[in-house]
Design a protein around this ligand. Structure first.
Ligand SMILES: Cc1cc2nc3c(=O)[nH]c(=O)nc-3n(C[C@H](O)[C@H](O)[C@H](O)COP(=O)(O)OP(=O)(O)OC[C@H]3O[C@@H](n4cnc5c(N)ncnc54)[C@H](O)[C@@H]3O)c2cc1C
Length: 538
């Protein structure tokens, strides 16, 4: 089945949601909800998936973008957790080669600081040992000269060697989108910008939900035998009718993008911040470097999570210590973002990083199933467990089919694009992100293959693909999640936003006032993500 994620497809899906009864309604289209919808649809369940914002617009697009086993959990002897994550990592690398790419990490060991060489070597051995499929190169140990050879920008003083190991990097928002597409291809009825405002109950049992289409403000009732609440940090809002105590205790993590030539990292580097010993990642992202993350308690409004000057200062301090020639300050930050970890509350742990990192499924008296998960990497396993429970509730024995299923575009057709006249670099880039059928209709249109921003690979054709084939409905859906202009453009895409909005408007029938509203909302989004910069000129 092909997935129709066009504006007409979205309208048709919402119409189906009004009239059909579903086996399963999944509320929340982050990695967890999208994974559950995919698994359920692949087993043949009549499945609906809604998100009140864009797919992936919650925590799932604010991550470190790692598909990893979580090396630091070994320090806490969370062997079971790491084993599962390592195995799901290996599976994702095999199943989604265009979305999940292996990456080498250098982890330097400094005398008197962080984890000592012996413990580190043992930890890396365990990390490799836990992988069953061995899809990644094995760890290696380097002398201090070897570390400096790999990463010449790292501080040399006290360096006593270091390890090299592998994990994988992904584009988190596009990984979620690939799951949504796969769910739709398997028959799921999906809609973004469609929020659940309340649950419908009959005889004390949840039988569906009231949905509001945030594009038209129309509301309707959707009926489903089972409802799964996969709303991440918003989980307690839907559960509160049935439970008194909050399930979650979120913590906040921020990331910053910097120019890679300023930092000097060649590949990925793992650091221990001097200030508190926290493990941080310095990751290559094209011409940029992604640095993260912080971990601080959060009790504010989950709809407004922003990087503060202190958060940014902490990361800059750690980068400058590790890469002494970098000398970067707030004005060097290309972009910053913040997300909330949907961590499960367990008693009152002493510090944020002691809170459980495992997922859990809660079943309330009214039948609502809620799932809170704390990793992109293990979403498939989480989804399998939840859909097993859904099948039990439905009294149907249906085997999980995601264990060996491919995900995302298979990039083998770049040559076909070249034969259609697309220049080699653009052909490789497009083929790694979209199926050929999504690209073909827009080839040859004015400026289709021209780059939107000269420094970045995104061509204008991707705006059309985003709207017509990926359900992008607002300017920030395109600027932030379909394309990475918000994160990667030197001005966060402000100079090209009007052009992008006009192109979207041509597809979506926007008038001048709507284009202006979209632009205003985007400018505000950028401005609030730059408040940490006040007083620091670029
Ligand atoms: C700073 C940080 C870094 C991280 N780095 C990594 C990493 O590198 N690798 C990794 O594996 N994991 C990482 N994680 C963990 C991972 O990102 C999360 O565990 C995961 O994204 C949670 O996904 P989710 O689907 O539960 O939540 P979300 O992505 O937040 O999805 C919930 C969705 O529900 C929707 N929603 C809310 N209320 C409603 C409603 N009423 N109706 C409809 N929809 C609704 C929201 O719009 C949202 O899209 C990181 C987390 C953080 C915070």
């Amino acid at each position: 089945m092909t997935a129709d994620l066009s504006p007409t497809g979205r309208a048709a899906n919402l119409a189906r949601m009004r009239t059909e009864t579903f086996d399963l309604l999944v509320v929340g289209g982050g990695i967890v909800g999208a994974g559950i919808a995919r698994d359920a649809a692949m087993r043949g369940l009549r499945t609906a998936l809604v998100d009140r914002g864009d797919f992936g617009s919650g925590t799932s697009s604010k991550t470190s973008r790692l598909v990893h086993g979580g090396l630091r959990y070994l320090k806490k002897f969370r062997i079971g957790l790491v084993r599962q994550a390592v195995r799901e990592r290996d599976r994702l690398i095999r199943q989604s080669p265009s979305l999940v790419r292996p990456l080498a990490f250098t982890i330097p060991a400094y005398e008197g600081r962080g984890t000592g060489p012996l413990t580190l070597r043992f930890g890396l051995w365990v990390y490799d040992f836990l992988s069953r499929d061995k899809v990644l190169p094995r760890r290696r140990w380097l002398t201090s000269a070897g570390v400096q050879d790999r990463e010449p920008g790292l501080a040399a003083s006290g360096l006593g060697g270091g390890g090299v190991y592998h994990d994988a990097l992904t584009n988190d928002a596009r990984l979620v989108l690939a799951l949504v597409r796969s769910a739709a291809e398997s028959g799921a009825t999906v809609a973004n910008h469609a929020g659940v405002t309340e649950l419908l109950r009959e005889g004390g049992r949840v039988v569906g939900a009231r949905i509001r289409d945030r594009m038209t403000q129309e509301a309707f009732d959707l009926r489903a035998t089972v409802v799964v609440n996969a709303t991440g940090v918003w989980l307690d809002r839907l559960r509160s009718a049935s439970t008194a105590a909050p399930t979650l205790r979120p913590t906040k993590g921020i990331h910053i993008f910097l120019r890679r030539d300023k930092i000097g990292n060649r590949e990925a580097v793992v650091l221990n911040a001097k200030r508190d010993g926290r493990m941080l990642f310095v990751l290559p992202w094209g011409a940029l470097t992604l640095v993260g993350t912080t971990d601080t308690d959060f009790d504010g409004d989950p709809d407004r999570v922003l990087p503060t000057p202190d958060d940014v200062r902490y990361l800059l301090e750690a980068v400058n210590e590790a890469f002494p020639r970098a000398r970067v300050g707030p004005a060097d930050v290309v972009s910053a973002y913040a997300g909330l970890r949907p961590l499960i509350r367990e008693g009152t742990p002493k510090e944020e990083s002691d809170i459980s990192r495992e997922h859990d499924v809660f079943e309330d008296a009214d039948g609502l199933l809620s799932v809170a998960g704390v990793s992109l990497t293990t979403h498939r396993a989480m989804a399998e467990e939840v859909v097993d429970r859904v099948c039990d509730r439905l009294g149907r024995k249906l085997a999980c089919r995601t264990a060996d299923a491919g995900l995302g575009p298979s990039p083998g057709y770049a040559n076909e694009l070249r034969a259609l006249g697309v220049e080699a670099l653009a052909a490789g880039f497009l083929a790694s992100r979209h199926p050929l059928a999504d690209i073909r209709p827009w080839l040859g249109k004015p400026s289709a293959e021209d780059r939107i921003v000269p420094e970045l690979p995104y061509p204008w054709i991707e705006v059309s693909i985003a709207v017509e084939c990926e359900m992008a409905a607002t300017l920030d859906d395109v600027m932030v999640r379909r394309l990475g202009l918000f994160y990667e453009s030197p001005d966060q895409g402000l100079a090209v936003a009007a052009g992008v909005a006009e192109r979207m408007g041509a597809h979506l029938g926007w008038d001048a006032a709507r284009v202006e509203n979209e632009l205003q909302a985007y400018r505000e989004l950028v401005a609030e993500h730059r408040t940490f910069m006040e007083g620091h000129d670029r």
